[in-house]
Write a protein of this length. Sequence first.
Lengths: 280, 263
Amino acid sequence: MTSTSEPGTLDRNPNHDSPPAQTHHLLELDDVSCEYKLGGGGRFRAVDGVSLHLGRSEVLGLVGESGCGKSTLAKLICGLEKPAGGAITFDAHPVKPLGLGRRPKHLLGIQMVFQNPYASLNPRRRIRDQLSDALALDPGGTWTVESLLEAVDLPLDSAQRYSHSFSGGQRQRIAIARALAAGPKALVGDEPIASLDAFLQARIARMMRDLAIDSGASMIFISHDLSVVRDIADRVAVMEAGRIVEVGSTEQIWNDPQHKYTQKLLAAIPRVDGKGIIPG
Amino acid sequence: MSVISIRDLNLSVTTGKTTKHILKDVSFDLEAGRITGVAGASGSGKTQTGLAVMGLSPAGAQLSGSIDFDGVELVNMPAKAHNRLRGVQLSMVFQDPASAFHPMLTVGDQITDHLRHHQKVSKREARERAVHILERTKVPHPTEAVGKYPHQFSGGQLQRIAFASAIICDPKVLIADEPTTALDVTVQAGILRLLRELCDDLELAVLLVTHDFGVLSSVADTIVVMKEGVVVEAGDREAVITAPQHEYTRSLIESLPGAEVSQ
């Protein structure tokens, strides 16, 4: 399932110095950090010196426990958060934090699917209007409202309805369709399946991978669930307390984890074997 | 001898002019010292089964059939009578520990509220019991914890406090509705171990509602699989997981990511 790996994509050393002019990577993070101000006057470093890259037509899984900085990293990539240091480059353009003005055209190629589909869709607008908004961002694209709905397995009459008449899984599929409509080159999913039940999780995750790869995009898939990531990612990055502790191919991370923390995460996944063994 | 015996339970909810049939002839037992896991996709009625036992069915609900609790009939029991059981003999732990607590009351007050109401113990004695029970559920520094507020704890710790609150009155039945869904895998293992311990030591009859077969495989003794309000399969943990009889159970287990089912 591993797609074409370019030289360098299997680099296991997370803190490597990126060689100059690595323009063949779609997205590059170089020593990026982010800080939040604390109430007492201190600072909390949520992301601490992260260097990562995302190749073309590649799915990168990002896993870690809650509070490790996964979501902050996603926000940094989309320009929703201001980095305290380091540089993010998307398709040879620097990613600037989002201001009050319009988002620059070349950055529209980064689209995000958020965790909670109940909050990310507008409750007062029809699905057709919400998808059309996104379609307008990519005038040269081949998608239409109908083809989008078909791609995410929703009935065509959904376009006339409002988001409240859909279940959680259906809403998340609408959110995915909306992100695809803008013709992204990089799709960022911030725990897009966390609010769904276990049986839907695997299905939606596979759907996201297929749609992203088929439309020629790459994807960063953030999740705390290693078993889903294993199913869909080409490479996996493991994050702990703001730092990337291990990056490797999905096979390698799953079968031969090097870092202690990765081993701990893997050991905590309960096995479906009916033996009644509590993991850990 | 089962503590709770559910027979032909039907639940329908009427909103406006439409009536929705949520549970259809659900029957199974909860036994002391055993964890009964209820699995199913969202909307299958697994949570509503737990709520029916607690007498917390939604407004406009019509219940029929029988839920026998040690000889007492819980279906259509008057609210006042149910109130005397709820929190004392029947207790519940919810999915999201962050929203299960009042943000402006101390943890100590919240986990002893029902104890003081039902058993009329003094404030001081309640506090001692609270410290003791927090120690039992392995909340760090229980003496200080009773004076803290919910936001000062992590999700896993809050869930331990929720379990403390549920067992403080020595209940016979514990309904755990997706107790680990909102938690990380590493924290989940600790909570599952706690649930198993409490069940064994206190002879609790536990109803564990979850959609995670990994969780069921770790702690459940018996598994009940529900689909659209109907029990499609029930049996021993190992039998249901390794040799599912019903097509639906098989499809659920196969749909899991990287399911490693030993045949």
